[in-house]
Design a protein around this ligand. Structure first.
Ligand code: GAL
Length: 748
């Protein structure tokens, strides 16, 4: 029977790599995975600090249950150019930094102690995608995902591809192609039993086949009473396999769902039903730890996209991301556009071979996820390259004929080798380019970008981003324009049936190379900041959600007489999914304002906009007049569902410390986010409060990053990470103006 054990604890880590000492345990720091080789400051750092080799070592003691079995280590990913040695001998190497690999220990494992040494190399080796050109993100070095110890029979189940060819039929079929691992090349015969269960429910069907060789196909037919996987009801099933051969037994369980997903020239269809895709791009990075965050933080990002930003799709720009993230997408019904690693640059022959291998690794890892609806098989924003992309497309279709291919470009008239033309349209904002005489264009027509006149499936994969970088602590007017640009594009996409949907650039701000960003190694392109704290543009997305999943009413203002040029708060956008909003200025009668269908006719939930159509500047008074309190009340079905009071004289009243959770798990590098905000007397964030706060943590854990923070835009964030032992963590947050705040976490 198979054993899969977490192998994350007790690694020794050191900078550098000495090829002559791979057989000797060296000094180092004791670390737990996921691990970042270098924890960078929040900003203003030198990214070459991690662009070098590092060594990880760990002893593995012989155990009785290894006898006669295949023993291996499964690395969910390592950045990058990994070489694994066992007792001084190289046993495997893997260049890519985003896909899993397995190091077979068996033939060289000996009784007693065995030494595993892993070299990784953060240098940007031009033979490995995405390296070789400039890249607008960081590829943080480290054993940054989980590692597993696997003990299995000499013949075991390597992988399974599950297909649901008639998912929309009343009685459904499942086929499962099972691939066996047989590293010793044994003659194989036996049986394979398979069972389908509903997740959290009972058995659905069972079957078995005789095995003869290293592959088998199972078919289930006539399955009745099956529920489809959908974004609002993501029903998952599990296929459990049990293999019995002369060499022992093995088991493997894989989740899957029944659904169809199709991009057509008339839009995207999920289970045959039109669905406008609305989402964002996501990098897998965090402040300080870079890529090295575990399950909870990965899952949280998916939850934020779905529940806080009301997105129905995410693009995993620009590489395969953590399985924890993608599994969460399956569980909560968040669609996913996954793509191979790369950024604009196409390298030489070795590089391209590696990239083609990445297509295989990505698809073979993720082909059973119902959330994934398209494979990105081009290097993001690269030039056309016929032979290379003919091959990535061919391979994707061979491995997975059930999903369409896409390939993200920004060039126009590019050769369409994919099934879906996926386009980064950065036209909005081009009007600011010197020499541009075209005026403001929100999105180009599909025929203009593609040069293809016949109808084709088409999706917008990026917009905004570097065209209008905006910080959470930028002035109100800039944030209002940031909001407007996101709304304009969402509206244009919603109004064009040719466009399947869009993923904006991007979910949150991210650290980047010196060639990009604001000079401090941050691209401020997110609708959230790096701590996942919302900018006002976040509510452009959130407000598109159904109010039954959460009422949204967010005025795009800091509510002050003199924050904007010339003064006042007009035009004032209120991002909301309410039917209408009543706005009251001081003692004046409330004014009812309806969603702005004139400017945003296609948005599911247009914002309410106070401008000269609904108020006169005199109503708010001009420069030199008294400023008054504002009261916003949102109504649904005639009932007041949300009220917000923006005081005329905001004062810092509350230091709010909000952990996402207070129950942590020991021995897992489990990290929970904490957000600190300074609020006024009515509970609103004070956007220019920028004093320091100090953090202190006692107990078995640590604060990731520094203990001293300066609030930016009235807020900051950090992650508390559990250590090896169980116990209690006490967090204290102190500041000059407020009483100390504390939070207790349990680590169990
Ligand atoms: C795109 C690119 C993204 C990011 C974005 C910024 O060109 O695909 O990775 O750099 O620009 O707007």
């Amino acid at each position: 029977m198979r054993i899969t054990e977490n192998f994350n604890g007790n690694w020794l880590f050191r900078e550098g790599f000495e090829p002559t000492r791979v057989d000797t345990m060296q000094d180092g720091e004791r670390v737990r995975l996921p691990h970042s080789a270098v924890e960078l400051p929040y900003n203003y750092f030198d990214e070459t600090d991690y662009q070098k080799p590092f060594t990880y070592q760990k002893v593995i003691d012989w155990r009785e249950d290894f006898e006669g079995q295949e023993v291996s280590l499964v690395f969910d990913a390592a950045m990058a150019d990994s070489v694994v040695y066992l007792n001084g001998r190289e046993i495997t190497a893997h260049k890519d930094g985003y896909t899993p690999f397995e190091a077979r220990l068996t033939p060289y494992l000996r009784q007693g102690e065995n030494l595993v040494t892993v070299k990784i190399d953060g240098s940007e080796n031009p033979d490995i995608p995405p390296f070789g050109g400039q890249i607008d993100y960081l590829c943080y070095a480290g054993l940054y995902r989980d590692v597993w110890l696997k003990v299995a029979s000499p013949v075991s189940i390597a992988n399974v591809k599950i297909e649901t060819p008639d998912a929309l039929a009343e009685k459904k079929t499942v086929t499962a192609r099972v691939f066996l691992a047989n590293p010793q090349g044994l003659a194989v015969s036996g049986t394979l039993d398979a069972k389908i269960r509903r997740k959290g429910g009972g058995d659905v069907a069972a079957t078995s086949v005789a095995i003869d060789g290293n592959e088998a196909v199972l078919t289930f037919t006539g399955l009745a009473g099956i529920e489809l996987w959908d974004i609002d009801n993501p029903v998952l099933y599990a296929l459990s396999l049990k293999l019995a051969t002369d060499y022992g037994e093995d088991v493997l369980t894989q989740r899957f769902g029944f659904r169809t997903a199709l991009f057509t020239p008339d839009g995207f269809l999920l289970n045959g039903r039109p669905l406008k895709l609305r989402g964002l791009n996501r990098h897998q990075s965090w402040p300080h730890t870079g890529y090295a965050m575990g399950r909870r933080a990965q899952e949280k990002d998916a939850d934020i996209l779905k529940y806080e930003l009301a997105c129905n799709i995410v693009r995993t720009s620009h590489y395969p991301q953590s399985k924890w993230f993608i599994e969460r997408c399956d569980e909560i019904g968040l669609l996913c556009f996954e793509e191979i690693p790369g950024w604009q640059h196409i390298g030489g022959e070795a590089w391209q071979r590696e990239s083609i291998a990445n297509v295989r690794r990505m698809i073979e890892r993720d082909w059973n996820h119902p959330s994934i609806i398209i494979w990105g098989v081009r290097i993001n924003e690269s030039q056309d390259s016929h032979d290379f992309y003919a091959e990535t497309n061919r391979l994707a279709r061979e491995l997975d004929p059930t999903r369409q291919t896409g390939g993200v470009r920004f060039i126009t008239n590019s050769e369409m080798l994919e099934d879906v033309y996926t386009m980064n349209d950065f036209i909005l904002g081009q009007e600011e380019m010197p020499g541009n005489n075209r005026g403001r264009v929100v999105l180009r027509d599909r025929v203009e970008t593609t040069g293809i006149t016949k109808p084709i499936p088409y999706m917008i994969t990026e917009y905004n981003g570097h065209m209008y970088p905006t910080k959470r602590f930028d002035q109100e007017q800039r944030q209002a324009e940031h909001v407007t640009r996101h709304l304009l594009i969402l509206n244009a996409v919603a109004g064009d049936s040719d466009i399947s949907g869009s993923t904006g650039w991007c979910m949150f701000d991210y650290n980047t190379h010196k060639d990009f960003g604001s000079g401090d190694r941050i691209c401020y392109h997110g609708v959230l900041d790096m701590y996942r704290i919302p900018k006002l543009a976040a509510y452009a997305y959130a407000s598109q959600g159904d109010p039954k999943d959460g009422v949204v009413m967010q005025p795009v203002t800091f509510w002050a007489r003199g924050e904007r040029n010339i003064g006042g708060v007009l035009p004032l956008i209120v991002l909301t999914n309410c039917d209408y909003v009543e706005v009251k200025f001081g003692e004046w009668p409330a004014k009812r304002v309806y969603p702005d269908r004139e400017n945003y006719p296609h948005l599911p939930r247009p914002p309410v906009v106070l401008d000269l159509r609904t108020v006169t500047p005199q109503e708010f008074g001009t420069w030199g007049r008294v400023w008054r309190e504002g009261t916003f009340t949102g109504f649904i079905d005639g009932k007041a569902v949300k009220t917000m009071v923006l005081p005329a004289d905001p004062v810092p009243t509350t230091l709010e410390v909000t952990p996402d959770d207070t129950a942590l798990r020991a021995g897992e590098k489990d990290a929970v986010r904490v957000v600190v905000r300074v609020l006024d007397q009515c509970g609103n964030l004070l956007p220019y409060f920028e004093e320091p706060v100090s953090l202190a943590l006692s107990g078995p854990g640590r604060i990731i990053g520094p203990a001293d923070h300066t609030l930016k835009g009235g807020a900051t964030g950090f992650w508390v990470e559990a250590g090896e032992e169980m116990g209690r963590l006490e967090l204290a947050v102190t500041s000059r103006r407020f009483a100390p705040q504390s939070v207790t976490f349990t680590v169990s």
